[in-house]
Design a protein around this ligand. Structure first.
Ligand code: SF4
Length: 75
């Protein structure tokens, strides 16, 4: 298990559905209509994965902070 994950939201992809903020309110909030991670590096937590997998436009990426391996969304 990774020790830390790096969370990113691509502002060019996000269409502001708010699904991620609803799924993982401790990790995402809408700012100016776009999702913004509350922290760029987080402890591994299932809601972060759920949010990345739930985003309809795959704007969220979750990577291993140590080696940049893509953890979510699942391809
Ligand atoms: S679920 Fe995706 S499209 Fe919707 S607000 Fe979050 S990042 Fe943006």
């Amino acid at each position: 298990m990774s020790a830390a994950w790096r969370v990113g939201v691509d502002p060019r992809r996000c269409i502001g559905t708010g699904i991620c903020a609803g799924t993982a309110p401790e990790h995402f909030q809408l700012v100016g209509g776009l999702s913004t991670p509350l922290a760029d590096v987080v402890e591994p937590a299932d809601p972060v994965i759920d949010a990345a997998d739930s985003c309809p436009v795959e704007a969220i990426t979750v990577r291993d902070a140590a080696d940049d391996r893509l953890i979510a969304p699942e391809g």
